[in-house]
Design a protein around this ligand. Structure first.
Ligand code: BES
Ligand code: ZN
Length: 608
């Protein structure tokens, strides 16, 4: 049968899931999850049906009406896709729902933290499903082409609370038998357990399924926004994100109504592997963005922008990922321009341009992944995650904007969003819509080259930013022993420092790195962007003085944006660095989310 998505076992011929009713029991003692999922199909079906799973044990599959068992089998795991769950639905009575029970203690989506790992008196657990890890929480059609609504009962220790990217309905005592056959009342209703109940009425792609459980408190910071976090960071977080409502209004003006009702923010423990994740109604954020400068707002602007581009209109498969991230990067910069001004937006564009050029260079032996729409058959999205979809996607849209003018492009964007909202679309659909609404555009821009070509098209444009140019000049003077003066750096925040340090990297010697640090104390910065950019540079130049600081950092943080450069710099610089990287990883592995573990392991094996 025709595959729908190279990253899913779902086929184009059987009906897809439209609703899931979940009961999930979190066992912190064994770091495991036990659950049941009642899947509703878009139409009654008989015969074979394939679902995606990864690291799940399937205990039973039954017809929920007759309670008769449904024959099933699980394929050996494919390293990218996981295991196919093959069900044979009875031929005499087509079924429109299936009840599955399952458990896992090695889910690639779920990270359990002990109290010490969570830096709290309490344990913590959270999920990260993008790109293809929802299948490791419950059996599903794990393709963004299949949108689902869901309800969820989370059974957790009563000392903790749960949040979800969904509408919270109730916190209440467990009710006998609601855990179903696989979760006996002796477990479900045991003393010290509580149930949190949620509904998600807007249809979402499975990668946006998300929950977190821990000692979580909140502050209201706007009419539709609450910050959730641990008690030690919640007040700082509330101050940091105070401007959120202004950004939502800017987004609504640019892209149309905010359709998700609430826009809450959750600040996770330090191990959270991304800067931010656009889980609907509740964005997940790393605590490393809380530092009182523009960068925190930038991440929120980005995740907020996904509310339109990504969550309302979703890429049909990961091959169309640029539709999510490129559009969101464009929308993020438009929001930043409104709330922080043109110069800040231009600086972000400049940083993005540099990142794009560097990434194309990095992929020079694998140019497929410099395409806006790459072929991803057999490729794990986590392995090829890069700035290409973000920055080449941004450049493509900016190119169209320059061609048609901003007012026309803004009208086009609004119409695009209202036309395709709550749908999952592919690149071809976007291109057809563009051609239909901007007649003749294909004669002005080589759309094919942009979508199918490798590298950076000739009509991409380096953004003009005064701050960006100034920093590049300062960086080029460093070779001659010239450092920026105190007055020059007084206004710099992390973005300026990051850009400065990146522009140095080519030929700095260790004594210069030490001198720079002696003057500006970059290795001790409380700002992770600055600290990591400096440590990466210093270690790459061969300064062993910074091994200890790198070790401390790698044992504190799990954000992959920091793990990647630090582990790579250590693994590349010397035999000693490589051994250190291996030891640090062995000692901190459990502090990293499973996705980050995979990424670090691939860095270490590449430099074995
Ligand atoms: N959706 C992404 C994060 C993601 C991408 C998770 C692919 C898993 C697979 C999110 O919106 C994002 O892009 N986050 C960025 C922040 C941003 C300001 C560019 C990050 O985490 O660095
Ligand atoms: Zn994004």
């Amino acid at each position: 049968m025709a595959p729908l998505d190279p990253h899913s076992y779902a086929d184009g011929e059987s009906p897809l899931t439209t609703h899931v009713a979940l009961t999930l029991y979190l066992d912190f003692a064994t770091c495991s999850l036990h659950g049941s999922a009642l899947l509703t199909l878009s139409a009654p079906h008989s015969g074979p049906l394939s679902l995606d799973t990864r690291s799940l044990t399937i205990h039973s599959a039954i017809d929920p009406t007759s309670l008769s068992p449904i024959p099933f089998s699980l394929s050996p795991p494919d390293p990218v896709l996981g295991s196919r769950l093959s069900l044979s639905l009875p031929s005499e009575t087509p079924l429109s729902s299936i009840l599955l029970s399952f458990s896992t203690s090695s889910s690639s989506a779920l990270h359990f933290l002990s109290p010490s790992q969570a830096a709290s008196p309490f344990p913590y657990a959270y999920t990260q499903c993008q790109s293809i890890h929802a299948r490791s929480l419950f059996p599903c059609h794990d393709t963004p082409a299949a949108r689902i609504r869901f309800s969820a009962l989370l059974n957790i220790p009563s000392s903790l609370s749960a949040v979800m990217a969904a509408r919270h309905h109730a916190r209440r005592d467990p009710i006998p038998s609601e855990g179903g056959l696989s979760l006996p009342d002796s477990l479900w209703c045991a003393p010290g357990r509580i149930v949190e109940q949620f509904f998600m009425e807007q249809p979402i792609p499975p990668y946006l399924f998300a929950f977190a459980v821990g000692h979580i408190v909140f502050r209201d910071i706007g009419p539709r926004t609450r910050v959730y976090a641990g008690p030690d960071v919640v007040d700082e977080a509330a101050r940091e994100f105070a401007g959120t409502e202004e950004m939502i209004r800017a987004g609504e003006k640019l892209f149309g109504p905010y359709d998700w009702e609430r826009f809450d923010l959750l600040v996770l423990p330090m191990s959270f592997p991304y800067g931010g994740m656009e889980n609907p109604r509740m964005v997940f954020l790393t605590p490393t963005v809380i530092k009182g400068d523009a960068a925190g707002a930038q991440v929120v602007a980005h995740e907020l922008a996904h509310s339109w581009t990504g969550n309302l209109i979703t890429n049909k498969t990961n091959e169309d990922f640029w539709l999510n991230e490129g559009f969101t990067t464009y929308a993020e910069r438009r929001i930043v321009e409104v709330v922080q001004g043109e110069e800040r937006a231009a600086l972000n564009m400049g940083i993005g341009w540099r990142g794009l050029n560097r990434t194309v260079e990095r992929f020079r032996d694998n140019m497929e992944f410099t395409k806006l729409k790459p072929c991803m058959q057999g490729v794990d999205p986590d392995d090829v995650y890069s700035e290409i979809p973000y920055e080449k996607g941004f450049q493509f849209l900016w190119r169209i904007e320059r061609q048609v003018g901003r007012p026309v492009f803004d009208e086009f964007t609004k119409k695009y969003i209202s036309t395709f909202k709550f749908q999952s679309i592919d690149t071809e659909t976007f291109i057809d819509f563009l051609k239909a609404n901007v007649p003749g555009i294909e004669n002005q821009i080589d759309l094919r080259l942009w979508v199918e070509g490798t590298g950076i098209p000739p009509d991409a444009m380096e953004p003009v930013s005064a701050v960006y140019n100034k920093i590049k000049t300062l960086a080029s003077e460093f070779k001659n022993g010239q450092m920026p003066g105190e007055d020059e750096v007084a206004q710099w925040d992390s973005q300026e420092w990051e850009l400065y340090l990146e522009n140095l990297s080519a030929n700095v010697d260790p004594s210069q790195a030490l001198a720079l640090d002696a003057r500006y104390r970059l290795s001790e910065s409380r700002d992770w962007e600055v600290k990591v950019a400096f440590l990466e540079l210093a270690i790459s130049t061969g300064c062993k003085e910074y091994y200890a600081e790198a070790e401390r950092s790698l044992k504190q943080v799990g954000r992959m944006k920091y793990l990647r450069p630090l582990y790579t710099a250590l693994a590349k610089c010397s035999e000693e660095g490589k051994m250190l990287a291996r030891r640090i990883y062995a000692e901190s592995r459990n502090c990293y989310h499973p996705i980050a573990q995979g990424v670090v392991e691939s860095i270490l094996s590449k430099h074995a």
